[in-house]
Design a protein around this ligand. Structure first.
Ligand SMILES: Nc1nc2c(ncn2[C@@H]2O[C@H](COP(=O)(O)OP(=O)(O)OP(=O)(O)O)[C@@H](O)[C@H]2O)c(=O)[nH]1
Ligand SMILES: [Mg+2]
Length: 594
C-alpha cells in the first residue's frame, strides 16, 4: 500500500486537532465525539500538549498523520517531528492570519525542504478574510526565503469544525475529501528501498508499563520485524545491539500490533529500553548513521522538594523523596526536553523548556496524587567563550492601542525591547526581544495591564549575552503569623492592603503567604483573629462583611507570583505559597545574617 506521511502544524488554536479529528471521523477511524486530544489536561485546557501519531486509509492509501501542539513551549517537539515526515498541512486561521508560531513552524518546514499544503481554516468566522489571509501567507513564504517550488503551494479552504474542505472559495463544502485528495496528489509517496538493510530513526518516545520505553520511528530503508536483532548507532559513532520485541502501527487512536513494517512507514517499536531520539536503528552494523535530530536545550530550572509544610500529607498519596524521584525518572522516559539533576539528596533540580512545560509536569503529578514543593523558576545561564549567556525570547504582543504604552514600559524595565510595531485599526502588534529572565512572572501582570484583552506569545530564540541586572517589581507578601481558620473579619481588614489568595474558612499555617501586599513591603498578618465581644455587639455580625473574591492560586499563577524566599506547595487539591522559613523571627534573623 502507498503511504503519505504528514504533520499538521500551525499557531496555537488555529484548528489542527479539530481538522485531524474530522479526517479521522470521515475515514471511519473515529466515532463521533472522539478526539486526538486524549489527555485529561489537554481536554481541560483545550490545547494540544503532546504531538500524537495516527493513521488512516483513504482511497487505498495509508496516511500517517502527526498532530502537533501549537503552543510555543512545545515548539521543539514540532521541530523533531518535521524531520520525519514528507509534507505538512500549514493551517492558518482565516480571521487571525499568520501568527508568530505560524512563522516558526513554516520556517522550519521550508528549511527542511518540505513543500507545505496551506489550509486556510475557520473561513466561517464572522471576520474571516480568506483572500487576505492567503496573501499574507504568500508574503510569509517570500519573507522566509521559500524556493519557487515551495512558493507554488496548493491551497485548501476549510471549516474544520464542520468537517468540510474546498479547493476553491466558491465551492460548496460537503466533506473533507478535497483536502484528502490534495494530500494524495501533492505529498510525495513515502519511498525507500524495502530490500535494503534496515535504517530507521526514532523522533518521539512513548512509555508502556509492560513494554517499557517505546520509540516512534520512521523507517527509511529496509524492513523491520518482530524478533529481529538490530544495532543502534548514535551520531557520535557508538553502537549497541538489541532485539525488536513488538511493533505497532497506528490506526485512529489505537496502536495496532503488527509483525513487520517496511520503508516509508512510521511505527512504534518495543524492545530497545535505552533508545533515544535521533539514533539509527539498523540491521547492518556498518550502516551510515542517519543525521542526528537535535533536541533543544532547557531554558529554565527550578528545584523539586519534599513537601515539608505543616499541612504536608493531608491529601497526597505520594510524598517521599523516593516517590518523587521515581516519578521524575519515569517522566524522563518520554519527556525529551526535560532534564533532572538527582545529585543532591534534599532536592531535585529540574530543567525545562519554558513555564508551561514545567506547569504541565506539575499538574500531571498532582493529578496522580503527588505532593511536592518547588522553588521559583529561574532562567538558565551558561558560559560561552568567557561570556555569560542566558536564554532570550521573541515576544509578540497584540493589544488594544490604549495599552501599548504600559506594555512597552513594563517590558522595557525587564530589558525586553521593541523591535517592530504594526498598527491595525484600534489595536497594535508589537514584537519584542529580551531575556527569558525578564519575562518570568510577567504574564499575569500583562493580563491585568491590558484588561484581559491583550494576547502575548513568546518563543525561545537562543542563548545571548547576559542582559544585565533586572530590577524586580517590589512585591511584598502578606504572610500569616498564626495557624487556624481564616476569618472574614480579619480578611476584611487585610483586603485593603493587597490582594488576597484565600477566602474565609481557609486553613492557614504560620509562614503561609495569604496575599500580596500592594505597598511592596513584607507584612506579617493575622488572618485568624476574630473580633472581641464588645466589638461584635457594636459592629454587627460577620454576615455584613463584603469580601472581594480572592485570587485563588493555580500552579501557573503561583510560579509567577512567588519570591525567591518562598516555595510553592502543590498537592492534589491545593496550591499554597509559603515562606521557606516559616517563623517570622527566624526569617528576620536570616535576612540580617545575609
Ligand atoms: N469557527 C470555527 N472554529 C473552529 C474551527 N475549527 C476549530 N475551531 C475551534 O477552534 C478552537 C481550537 O481548535 P483546535 O483544533 O483545538 O486547535 P489546535 O490548532 O489543535 O490547537 P493547539 O493544538 O492547542 O495548538 C476550538 O475551540 C475549535 O472548536 C472552524 O473551522 N471554525
Ligand atoms: Mg491541537
Amino acid at each position: 500500500m502507498e503511504i503519505r506521511n504528514i504533520a499538521i502544524i500551525a499557531h496555537v488554536d488555529h484548528g489542527k486537532t479539530t481538522l485531524t479529528d474530522a479526517i479521522m471521523r470521515q475515514t471511519g477511524m473515529f466515532d463521533a465525539g472522539m478526539s486526538m486530544d486524549t489527555d485529561a489536561l489537554e481536554q481541560e485546557r483545550g490545547i494540544t500538549i503532546y504531538a500524537k501519531n495516527t493513521a488512516t486509509i483513504y482511497k487505498g492509501t495509508k496516511i500517517n498523520i502527526v498532530d502537533t501542539p501549537g503552543h510555543a513551549d512545545f515548539g521543539s517537539e514540532v521541530e523533531r517531528v518535521l524531520r520525519s515526515i514528507d509534507s505538512v498541512l500549514l493551517v492558518v486561521d482565516a480571521q487571525e492570519g499568520p501568527m508568530p508560531q505560524t512563522r516558526f513552524v513554516l520556517k522550519k518546514s521550508l528549511e527542511l525542504g518540505l513543500k507545505p499544503i496551506v489550509v486556510i481554516n475557520k473561513i466561517d468566522k464572522p471576520a474571516a478574510d480568506p483572500v487576505k489571509t492567503e496573501e499574507q501567507v504568500l508574503e510569509l513564504f517570500m519573507d522566509l526565503g521559500a524556493t519557487d517550488e515551495q512558493m507554488d503551494f496548493p491551497v485548501v479552504y476549510a471549516v474544520g469544525r464542520d468537517g468540510v474542505a474546498m479547493k476553491s472559495l466558491g465551492d460548496e463544502g460537503k466533506d473533507i475529501a478535497p483536502l484528502l485528495d490534495e494530500i494524495i496528489s501533492s505529498v510525495p509517496a513515502a519511498g525507500g528501498n524495502q530490500n535494503s538493510p534496515l535504517r530507521a530513526q526514532p523522533f518521539s518516545l512513548a512509555y508502556d508499563n509492560f513494554l517499557g520505553r517505546l520509540a516512534i520511528a520512521r523507517i527509511y530503508e529496509g524492513t523491520i520485524r518482530v524478533g529481529q536483532d538490530v544495532f543502534v548507532l548514535t551520531a557520535e559513532g557508538k553502537k549497541r545491539s538489541g532485539k525488536i520485541t513488538k511493533l505497532f502501527g497506528f490506526k485512529g487512536l489505537v496502536r495496532a500490533e503488527t509483525e513487520e513494517a517496511a520503508a516509508g512507514d512510521i511505527v512504534m517499536i518495543a524492545g530497545l529500553p535505552d533508545i533515544f531520539i535521533g539514533e539509527t536503528i539498523c540491521s547492518d552494523e556498518r550502516t551510515e548513521p542517519l543525521p542526528a535530530i537535535k533536541v533543544d536545550e532547557p531554558t529554565i530550572t527550578l528545584d523539586f522538594l519534599v513537601n515539608d509544610s505543616p499541612f504536608a500529607g493531608r491529601d497526597g498519596k505520594f510524598l517521599t523523596s523516593r516517590q518523587i524521584r521515581e516519578r521524575l525518572e519515569k517522566e524522563l522516559e518520554v519527556n525529551v526536553g526535560l532534564k533532572v539533576d538527582f545529585s543532591r539528596p534534599e532536592s531535585f533540580k529540574v530543567y525545562g523548556r519554558g513555564e508551561l512545560h514545567i506547569v504541565v509536569l506539575l499538574e500531571n503529578m498532582r493529578r496522580q496524587g503527588y505532593e511536592v514543593q518547588v522553588s521559583r523558576p529561574q532562567a538558565i545561564t551558561k558560559e560561552e567563550n568567557g561570556l555569560k549567556m542566558e536564554p532570550f525570547e521573541e515576544v509578540v504582543v497584540d493589544t488594544p492601542s490604549e495599552f501599548q504604552g504600559v506594555v512597552i514600559e513594563k517590558l522595557g524595565k525587564r530589558k525586553i525591547v521593541m523591535k517592530d510595531m504594526e498598527s491595525k485599526e484600534s489595536s497594535v502588534r508589537m514584537v519584542f526581544e529580551g531575556p527569558t529572565r525578564g519575562l518570568l512572572g510577567y504574564r499575569s501582570e500583562f493580563t491585568v495591564d491590558t484588561k484581559g484583552e491583550g494576547i502575548m506569545t513568546s518563543r525561545f530564540v537562543g542563548f545571548k549575552p547576559h542582559a544585565g541586572e533586572i530590577e524586580r517589581r517590589a512585591t511584598g507578601s502578606m504572610t500569616s503569623m498564626a495557624s487556624g481558620k481564616a476569618l472574614a473579619f480579619s480578611l476584611n481588614n487585610l483586603q485593603n492592603r493587597g490582594t488576597l489568595y484565600i477566602g474565609p474558612g481557609t486553613e492557614v499555617y504560620e509562614g503561609m503567604v495569604i496575599g500580596d501586599a500592594s505597598k511592596g513591603d513584607e507584612m506579617a498578618v493575622n488572618p485568624v483573629k476574630g473580633k472581641n465581644l464588645t466589638n461584635m455587639r457594636a459592629s454587627g455580625s460577620d454576615e455584613n462583611i463584603q469580601l472581594a473574591p480572592p485570587r485563588l492560586l493555580t500552579i501557573e499563577s503561583g510560579l509567577e507570583l512567588m519570591s525567591e524566599d518562598e516555595y510553592l506547595e502543590i498537592t492534589p487539591n491545593v496550591v499554597r505559597l509559603r515562606k521557606r522559613i516559616l517563623k517570622e523571627g527566624e526569617r528576620i534573623k536570616n535576612k540580617r545574617r545575609s
